[in-house]
Design a protein around this ligand. Sequence first.
Ligand code: 13P
Ligand code: SF4
Length: 350
Amino acid sequence: MERLSLEEVVAEAREALGSDLLILAHHYQRDEIVEAADCRGDSLELSRKAAASEARWIVFCGVHFMAETAAILAKDGQRVLIPRVDAGCFLAHTVDYPSLVELWRRLGEVMDPDAEVLPVAYVNTTADVKAFVGKKGGACCTSSSAEAVLRWAFSQRYKVLFVPDQYLGRNTARRLGIPEEEIAVWDPRRPPDRMDTFARARLILWRGTCNVHVRFLPEDVRRAREEHPGVRVVVHPECRPEVVELADEVGSTSYIIETVSSSPPGSIWAVGTEERLVARLAKENPDKEIFSLAEVPPFCSYMSLTRPGDLAAVLEGLLEDKAENVVEVPPEIRAPAREALERMLAITRR
Ligand code: 13P
Ligand code: SF4
């Protein structure tokens, strides 16, 4: 039997399921996937879309923590499906629940962390890490809400723990004017013998980074400026602070897209984020010169896992009344994780 194309399967699924189906795609997904989706967006926009949706089936094309976030925010009876269950995230893998509990125990040597420290988790984390944060009264954040959430966190407690992206944490701290000497970095693989530094710190950062964004270097910014006079440099806040300092603009994936797309014809942009986004941006803006900031443009291999056949397979399953790759979160984890996410949504609505 001849296989249908993704376009045909999507059309059939839309016809059969109507408003019961919502397909979401992150900006780092392949072009064919983004074109098949009802909405594309950054992590915050997609969380909001998922939370506001009434669709029975939300098919989330992105990485696992994003689909899991949608599942945590889902209403009763809604189900979130992910075309590739193995689509992880380098950053999310740098923190897990037991190592977070261990840090809390070590902080207990020099303070009462429950009373003094408010934890904030980047959404690029697993549900149990979000649940830990929710139970302690903390909140989640995304790249576009990190500043508002950290500001809120410091209005609640004197000390804040930010996991797991040390660069997003440091870049945001700089925007908030927190001095270097008030920041300490916790390396879960090399825990210190003494906790004095953490007793003094106002902001404790987890030593996690994204393998994709860590590839952009200060020399890339210098080279772009030398080779392309008039270039503007826009980067994601998961980049190294030395790179962010040298850039003209910094922001989430949607911020990058909007900033570049709304610039005048003839603008030249060097972009410091995942390559599929950069290549699509260049294709969609032929009146501008747009290229990766890196000499060898980095792809997110987890985001690249989802191919048209994977999305088609999940939709074909729904057409046959078989929900495949449903993202499940146990209720005891889901409830506190949801609290942390809802705090973020409430902070960013203000
Ligand atoms: P955004 O929230 O900016 O889309 O970022 C998600 C991400 O994983 C970046 O690497
Ligand atoms: Fe995770 Fe980095 Fe990929 Fe974003 S680009 S999904 S942070 S590994």
